[in-house]
Design a protein around this ligand. Structure first.
Ligand SMILES: NC(=O)c1ccc[n+]([C@@H]2O[C@H](COP(=O)([O-])OP(=O)(O)OC[C@H]3O[C@@H](n4cnc5c(N)ncnc54)[C@H](O)[C@@H]3O)[C@@H](O)[C@H]2O)c1
Ligand SMILES: O=C(O)C(=O)C[C@@H](O)[C@H](O)[C@H](O)COP(=O)(O)O
Ligand SMILES: [Zn+2]
Length: 368
């Protein structure tokens, strides 16, 4: 068992990582049982693939669960999805001191986290992530949100979970496309500030994507340790440190908006294309070498991820994509700070980017 602490004063919590943890979750969850039950929110796919493991483990300790099963997919992270979930939680009489369990990927985690942040002005929640993306990224750090017609994650709150339970074996039922999408956020940690980890990804990415337990365990622990350290330094993205985790996301969220937050382009796929674009834009600005930008695109492509607008299935021009970017939460006084790179493992926040040059760059990219 691996324990990774997230150090946030009174909001500190542990991330527990262990193969088979879902089958032994009762030990970790027993302290959170109230009124004889635990409320578990999940989606239909996860309910079919993994819920019985959690249920059996809790039943063995005499703990009952009340499941709430939502429709799968990004569209559940919406006003409509939030309203339905809130009404179910209220009808069940969930109390402030209850801890709602989010069992699923980033969609369930982000939605349940936000519901927990506002239900009765705030109750507790526990993350049990079941996608690679949620195990390496979204279950940690307390960013919770829904999408609106204006853009991605625009209504939300910082609300930390009280516990994160990661069972890498729950990924055995995850479709290969979803594993690849989650891998984009793994590669992100190397690109941000750890060139050695990016080289590890180049050497071990194939093993990780094919479910090799050792590669999977290494990547998950490395990722959550990196994220926990950044979050502990800058919990609410105020100093610029946490913004590094947004590498590829300004481009990526614009691509997701263009494709309607749908399974045409998954979040991780959009982030992959966004990181390749961020590196090529950095190279075009003379900030990083063309070789590094090519290496990033080549690795993402080799992992089966999109690394260009065409591969992401987006045909919009630069102006249309920049229009989406104006909703980015990093906007400050009319300018948009961008995550750019001086090389692999050398990402930084640049507050001097001219959006016209971004639009021109994207027009060139659209012609490739
Ligand atoms: N809060 C954060 O810090 C943060 C970080 C990264 C991403 N996100 C958000 O996360 C979301 C994407 O999350 P995601 O990639 O996990 O997608 P997701 O939650 O939609 O899950 C992907 C798909 O896999 C299915 N699934 C999940 N676990 C499964 C399992 N073990 N077996 C079989 N099927 C399973 C789901 O039903 C769904 O169809 C986006 O909304 C993104 O914005 C948030
Ligand atoms: O935790 C963070 O901080 C991140 O930026 C992680 C991202 O992978 C994630 O997609 C996040 O939800 C994006 O944040 P947003 O503030 O741009 O919505
Ligand atoms: Zn992301």
């Amino acid at each position: 068992m691996t324990l990774v602490p997230v150090s946030l004063g009174t909001r500190s919590y542990d991330i527990v990582i262990e193969d088979g943890l879902l089958d032994r979750a009762d030990t970790h969850l027993a302290p959170y049982v109230r009124n004889g039950r635990l409320v578990v929110v999940t989606d239909e796919n996860v309910a079919a693939a993994q819920l019985s493991r959690l249920d059996a483990s809790l039943a063995a300790s005499g703990i009952g669960i009340t499941p709430i099963v939502l429709a799968p997919g990004e569209s559940t992270k919406s006003w409509d999805g939030l309203e339905r979930l809130m009404n179910r939680l209220l009808a069940l009489g969930v109390e402030r001191k209850d801890a709602i369990i989010a069992l699923g990927g980033g969609v369930i985690g982000d939605l349940v986290g936000f519901a927990a942040a506002i239900l009765k002005r705030g109750c507790r929640f526990i993350q049990i992530p079941t996608t690679l993306l949620s195990q390496v990224d979204s279950s940690v750090g307390g960013k919770t949100a829904i999408n609106t017609s204006a853009g991605k994650n625009l209504v939300g709150a910082f609300h930390q979970p009280v516990l994160v339970l990661i069972d890498p074996t729950s990924l055995d039922t995850l479709p290969a496309r979803e594993v690849r999408a989650g891998y984009a956020e793994v590669v992100k940690y190397g690109l941000i500030d750890d060139a050695d980890f990016f080289a590890w990804c180049e050497a071990n990415g194939t093993a990780l994507l094919s479910g090799d337990p050792a590669a999977r365990a290494y990547a998950i622990e490395k990722s959550v340790r990196a994220k926990a350290a950044i979050v502990a330094e800058d919990e609410e993205e105020k100093t610029g440190r946490r913004a590094l985790l947004n590498l590829g996301h300004t481009f990526g969220h614009a691509l997701e908006a263009e494709t309607g937050y749908s399974d045409r382009l998954l979040h991780g796929e959009a982030v992959a294309a966004g990181m390749a674009l961020a590196f090529r834009f950095s190279a075009a600005q003379g900030l990083c070498s063309a070789d590094d930008a090519a290496r990033v695109g080549a690795h993402l492509g080799a992992a089966g991820l999109p690394a260009s607008l065409r591969q992401a299935g987006v045909s919009a021009d630069g102006a249309a994509l920049v229009a989406h970017m104006l909703h980015d939460k990093k906007m400050e006084g009319g300018t948009l700070p961008f995550l750019l790179a001086r090389g692999i493992g050398q990402t930084y926040l640049d507050k001097t980017v001219d959006l016209n040059s971004v639009a021109t760059f994207l027009d060139q990219e659209a012609r490739q």
